[in-house]
Write a protein that binds this ligand. Sequence first.
Ligand SMILES: NC(=O)c1ccc[n+]([C@@H]2O[C@H](COP(=O)([O-])OP(=O)(O)OC[C@H]3O[C@@H](n4cnc5c(N)ncnc54)[C@H](O)[C@@H]3O)[C@@H](O)[C@H]2O)c1
Ligand SMILES: CC(C)[C@H](C(=O)O)[C@@H](O)C(=O)O
Ligand SMILES: [Mg+2]
Length: 368
Amino acid sequence: MTKKKLLLLPGDGIGPEVMAEVERVLAWLNQSGRAQFEYETDLVGGCAYDAHGEAISDAAMDKAHAADAVILGAVGGPKWANVPYAKRPEAGLLRLRKDMKLFANLRPAICYPALTEASSLKREVVEGLDLMIVRELTGGVYFGEPKEIVTLESGERRAVDSQLYYEHEIDRIARVAFELARARGKRLASVEKHNVMRTGVLWKSVVTRVHEDYKDIELTHVLADNCAMQLVKWPKQFDTIVTDNLFGDVLSDLAAMSTGSLGMLPSASLGAKDANGRRPALYEPVHGSAPDIAGKGIANPIATIGSLGMALRYSFDLGKEADLVDAAIAGVLAKGLRTPDIMQDGMTKVGTVEMGEAIVGELKRLAA
Ligand SMILES: NC(=O)c1ccc[n+]([C@@H]2O[C@H](COP(=O)([O-])OP(=O)(O)OC[C@H]3O[C@@H](n4cnc5c(N)ncnc54)[C@H](O)[C@@H]3O)[C@@H](O)[C@H]2O)c1
Ligand SMILES: CC(C)[C@H](C(=O)O)[C@@H](O)C(=O)O
Ligand SMILES: [Mg+2]
């Protein structure tokens, strides 16, 4: 079996804590003979800034390009609040996304049966939820120029961020979303604000045109503010959502609460396949470095372990093993194990390491 090459970038805050549990799962995959992964680790975010004065070094970027997939923990934290803007921890993550051309960000929000009472929403609202948010990741206001703060002659400062989309950027993310919807519930909601934004007008018109190639999929257009409301009111009305970079960022955190916690949401960031069928990919939890709980050993590792599961599925064609990881997560939750973010009455409170160990224990049991 040829070894698959991973680059692990644990990052800051709870990043290294949850990444250690990914390494535990990787060790099991290797030992069980189900896959052969070799991996190296490097710095991204504030820790990279401390070491090199940059949120990611060129050497680490080279490793990311060379790897079959990158797994990232989280970046950022109050320690780096005053570093120059272009060097802040988040810039390392944005460089990875942009330089690796990871335009398609898949953020599934699944409410596991054991967690139907863990959400701040009512059981009937979240029970059985299986939603896929497809977020455009390399365009929009995150990267549009100009992007600056200028001091005017009057002495007043003016800030500008530019929301900018090319037709081809909308076309390619729409195709990813239609393909995903086709393999799921065949319903796609396209989310923008064409009522106030020109990018929304273009978005709606391009998605409508791409729909001509996907007539078997039911397409609806939903304004982003209404979508936020509908996601709280009745999230199960959605199957697949496609939206821009900023709306996707906000709506995915919002959808996370239907699953019980932000600590439950994995993600895959994918580029286009090259001539050899090789597709650049980065996998990371949707959550951040959680400075409020960092160092306490209580972070939920499920989002990051779930991100490894997505890597098995989308980068390595190991669908069976990905299903095993999902089943192991469902299994430990069914047994009542809970990190504090998803704790409920009568359940067993565990820390990050215990949760990782329990998931590996469940993997062993399921695979036996
Ligand atoms: N992909 C990333 O690396 C990423 C994503 C989001 C935010 N950030 C960065 O993280 C830093 C903190 O941001 P924030 O506090 O707004 O968002 P956050 O996602 O780090 O935390 C939000 C809340 O969710 C909780 N939470 C998050 N992940 C959890 C987990 N695995 N288990 C249990 N609880 C969890 C936190 O304790 C906190 O209360 C900022 O610097 C931000 O830029 C990074
Ligand atoms: C850390 C930050 C740059 C990032 C984003 O805004 O995309 C994060 O919030 C996310 O959701 O991955
Ligand atoms: Mg976010």
